[in-house]
Design a protein around this ligand. Structure first.
Ligand code: NAD
Ligand code: ZN
Length: 342
């Protein structure tokens, strides 16, 4: 089969023929239809220090995908050939204290699809049946392809109750913009989104943000936006330390922040702002397995449509163009097509 692999250290990826994987007793063989490019994949392409430390090579990369079940191992029940599926990309250990308490998103030894085990940027992928998510009827292939990233947005947006609250989101990348759509859907009174990119601010508008803020134009001034005491809720979705500092500064006393962004340097801030204003900062990682996935399906059934986030499609063999599109700011989610659905 064709696959996009990281062959070794350094920059670059290779589109090559590799053996089609065979499912074990508790596994599912999936024909990949579409995949979404994530920031993680861009880091692996670059071979940045995180990727050099974490990705074991050679490795088929990629974790955002939708596909069709081809075959299942003898020990798999309830998953049938032909079903449209995705998968939770964190393979959990199932033995640590958190896994055994059914908090798999807090697993102490999770392995990442396309990072430490072969991923989905290929014509076929094999996954443990317990990682597989069977989509409800009616989901579009594009939205299903980015369910993993949508799940990050939903996990953040549902960290705190949002009805009638004021919400500030720093970073209108694909995940921040989708979180804005969920915040609107959850009945937030004001959803404001900041970014340094006008293309990304436009994505936030399409997500339904009431207000977009040019983060390059100076510090966020909540009072000037009509919020005398600051925002109730913050989502840090940029990974930029200065955005997190601004977010902290724009919160009301007792404000609550869900922090998904991954800064690659230390975040220094005036901690007094956090102590005296009694802020809560909740880190967010991945998705709750499978609570977040059920919530995503419910949101789609309720009419939320995150398809505005998909801006580009490329054939898998044009991966270089696709990765170039995903790494410059003028894109939302970029999809690679691996096969048509018959
Ligand atoms: P992205 O890089 O596409 O989007 C980040 C956005 O932040 C960009 O549009 C950028 O212009 C904007 N930005 C940069 N500086 C800013 C500033 N000072 N103020 C406001 N906005 C600013 O990323 P994404 O795919 O949407 O992911 C969002 C973040 O979440 C990234 O940091 C990513 O690494 C992280 N992430 C975390 C998890 C997790 O499990 N915790 C999972 C996926 C992604
Ligand atoms: Zn575990």
């Amino acid at each position: 089969m064709k696959a996009l692999i990281k062959s070794g250290p350094g920059e670059g990826l290779d589109y090559v023929d590799v053996p089609t994987p065979a499912p074990g007793r508790h596994d599912v063989l999936i024909r990949v239809l579409r995949t979404g490019i994530c920031g993680t994949d861009l880091h692996i392409l670059d071979g940045n220090p995180w990727a050099a430390r974490t990705v074991t090579t050679p490795r088929v990369i990629g974790h955002e995908f939708v596909g069709e079940v081809v075959a299942t191992g003898a020990g798999v029940g309830g998953i049938l050939p032909g079903q449209l599926v995705g998968a939770e990309g964190h393979e959990t250990c199932n033995t640590c204290v958190n896994c055994r308490a059914d908090k798999k998103h807090l697993c102490h030894a999770a392995r990442g699809l396309g990072v430490q085990r072969d991923g989905a940027f290929a014509e076929y992928v094999v996954l443990p049946a317990e990682s597989v998510w069977v989509h409800r009827p009616g989901v579009s292939l594009d939205v299903a392809a980015v369910f993993d990233a949508f799940g990050n947005a939903v996990h953040v947006a549902d960290a705190f109750p949002l009805r009638d609250r004021t919400v500030l989101i720093t970073g209108a990348g694909p995940i921040g913009a989708m979180a804005a759509a969920v915040a609107r859907h959850r009945g937030a009174r004001l959803v404001a989104v900041s970014d340094v990119s006008s293309f990304r601010l436009d994505l936030a508008r399409r997500a339904g943000a009431h207000l977009v803020i040019d983060a390059g134009a100076g510090p966020i001034d909540a009072a000037a936006l009509g919020l005398e005491h600051g925002f109730d809720i913050g989502f840090e979705m940029s990974g930029n330390p200065s955005a997190l500092r601004e977010l902290i500064g724009a919160m009301a006393h007792g404000g609550r922040i869900a922090a998904l962004g991954l800064p690659d340097e230390d975040v220094l801030t005036d901690w007094t702002n956090i102590s005296l204003r009694m802020l809560t900062i909740q880190g967010i990682s991945g998705r709750k397995v499978f609570d977040t996935w059920h919530t995503m399906a419910d949101l789609l059934d309720e009419g939320l449509d995150p398809s505005f986030i998909i801006t580009d499609h490329f054939a898998a063999e044009d991966y270089e163009k696709a990765f170039a599109a995903a790494s410059q700011g003028d894109a939302g989610k970029v999809i690679l097509d691996w096969a048509p659905r018959d």
